[in-house]
Design a protein around this ligand. Sequence first.
Ligand code: UDP
Ligand code: MG
Length: 165
Amino acid sequence: TKPLAGIKNTASERTFIAVKPDGVQRGLVGKIVSRFEERGYKLVAIKAVVPSRALAEEHYADLRARPFFRGLVEYMTNGKAPVVAMVWEGKDVVRQGRAMIGATNPLESSPGSIRGQYCVSVGRNIIHGSDSFESATKEIQLWFGKPGEVIDWEPANWVWTMAEN
Ligand code: UDP
Ligand code: MG
């Protein structure tokens, strides 16, 4: 069977995308899901979850030393709203996902990007996306590591979305 994160640089590449609690509170889940669906990506996992502190700290492990780390983990885990965690599959989805999301600081995000359209604060930037295939591999394992949580399926119109010629 296919690795959890699919195969890099193929149509089966996968990325981890999460609507953060502020995006869920603000009712933006549907709009965000639609962006990925409409682009031609395939939803292979989704769940609402209030992450444990351990999960959030592991997810953001590379930022442990940063001054905003405690606040970031608190806001992700306090349960005022869940995180909506997803895995999306398709061509170049890791890099395209980051481009669709926009810059970390929404004030630097292009207006057509998700952050550029829906938020203004770096501390409440509504969405996460894996920054590399290696990060996607780690993050999908972390959030969807139990057997059967990521679903392999073929949309009936997949060829119409994916054919190169
Ligand atoms: N963050 C923050 N202040 C900062 C930088 C980052 O609150 O100065 C938060 C923000 O929610 C960001 C997350 O930490 O999305 C992870 O930071 P990273 O640099 O990985 O940005 P991302 O990959 O989310 O664009
Ligand atoms: Mg990041």
